[in-house]
Design a protein around this ligand. Structure first.
Ligand code: FAD
Ligand code: NAP
Length: 338
């Protein structure tokens, strides 16, 4: 096991924040995870699993053992009736997995194309985009219990999946290191085109090309590239806040004041578009020092270069305060802060 001391993590987080880990270890197999846990215990330090670093904010140096997840491998486990079960190591790149499943004629992940990060992090916040969430195709996962070192299997009902949430981000946070994921995909394509932006572009493209999962995936990639900053060019962690869920009466009151309010039914409650709230509060494309909101999607905070984690957190608190003062709605941060 190779252990790096005082390792720079600047390139291991997509916000490009300057951070050092007291220890950094790569996990390529189950034994590496167990050894890293034992090492962290002897050093009396917490262990932080890290994938692509696209949903974390480092507020300073980490007095911890950072475990970079690199367990590889993907395979078709079985093809039974309507479904294909696939398995992937937690260190695989998420988008590569999406494209590989399509090449296996296994469908269901096309709307989740081009989400940065690793497979192992996908269950943490039940990743979602364009009306599809990981939980829709989730079969099971394997994780190492950080206390015992034993391998535990979680089925869908065990994971407490919710809107950008799971037990791994909630009641069981810091308790497990996810090592592999199984997905139950469909052998027949059922396009999910509820989002107007996506539907329009898919319909246009399908005039010249047969509608296929690859076509939907290509369009999702095009739309995302047009609208969202590429972290390689402009550092960011995607949406900085979750879309807040509010009551029907709150929506009514807000609609009376703001007829163009963007709100969608979410069960018995309503989901407000956080990006719209920030934009309407006059904060789209603004900049304070090295931190700002993106000019095309106000929900994305960007590091123009040289920002620290503290700069990002201060700026995000100012946004929260402004939105709350204007709409009476409290925004909740999406990425995890360390
Ligand atoms: P990291 O940032 O490395 O880790 C995130 C959290 O998960 C940390 O708390 C970490 O400790 C934990 N973790 C990571 N791996 C493991 C593991 N193996 N075991 C246990 N815990 C682990 N998210 C969406 O849901 N939908 C989107 O459409 C979307 N679009 C994005 C677009 C951009 C441009 C960016 C920058 C981000 C976007 N995100 C989106 C957020 C992010 O990509 C996802 O949350 C992704 O799943 C994070 O993966 P990661 O490997 O980078 O996780
Ligand atoms: P968008 O399509 O402009 O939509 C704006 C907001 O309205 C989104 O937050 C979306 O909610 C909601 N919405 C739009 N159409 C909807 C419908 N038919 N039903 C229910 N809700 C609807 O958003 P965008 O910024 O370009 O992002 C596109 C997709 O990628 C979204 O699903 C978004 O969540 C996802 N994304 C996520 C991240 C992240 O870091 N978490 C970053 C970039 C993009 P939802 O967010 O609930 O889908």
């Amino acid at each position: 096991m190779h252990i790096q001391e005082y390792a720079a993590l600047d390139r291991c987080n997509t916000l490009g924040l300057p951070t050092k880990a007291r220890y950094l270890i790569q996990a390529r197999c189950l034994e590496d995870v167990r050894e890293a846990l034992a090492f962290a215990r002897t050093k009396q330090l917490p262990l932080i699993p890290l994938g692509g670093g696209s949903n974390v904010v480092f507020s300073g140096d980490l007095d911890a053992v950072v475990l970079r997840m690199a367990i590889a491998g993907k395979s078709v486990v079985s093809t039974l009736g309507e479904h294909t079960i696939v398995e992937s190591g937690a260190g695989e790149n998420w988008h590569d997995l999406v494209r590989w499943t399509l090449s296996q004629k296994a469908y269901g992940l096309e709307n989740l194309s081009l989400i940065p990060g690793t497979v192992g992090a996908a269950p943490i916040q039940n990743i979602g985009a364009y009306g599809v969430e990981l939980k829709d195709v989730f079969h099971s996962l394997q994780a190492v219990d950080c206390q015992t070192g034993g391998v535990v299997c979680f089925n869908r009902d065990d994971c407490g999946f919710d809107y950008r949430q799971s037990i791994f981000k909630g009641s069981c946070r810091d308790c497990y290191v996810i090592i592999s994921l199984r997905l139950k995909l469909n052998r027949r394509l059922t396009p999910r085109l509820d989002y107007a932006d996506l539907r329009d572009k898919v319909e246009k493209k399908a005039l010249n090309r047969e509608l296929s999962a690859e076509l939907i995936s290509d369009v999702v990639c095009d739309v995302r590239r047009e609208k969202l900053p590429d972290p390689g060019m402009l550092a960011n962690v995607g949406s900085f806040f979750k879309n807040p869920e509010v009551s029907a009466s709150t929506v009514q009151q807000l609609k009376a004041r703001y007829p163009d309010l963007v709100a969608f039914p979410a069960g018995e409650r309503w989901k407000l578009a956080a990006g719209w709230l920030i934009d309407k509060a006059g904060l789209k494309g603004v900049r304070e020092g090295a931190v700002g909101t993106h000019k095309q999607q106000a929900l994305v905070l960007v590091n123009h270069g040289g920002a620290t984690g503290q700069d990002v957190l201060c700026f995000s608190e100012a946004i929260k305060a402004r939105v709350h003062a204007r709409f009476g709605v409290l925004l909740e941060r999406e990425p995890r802060v360390y």
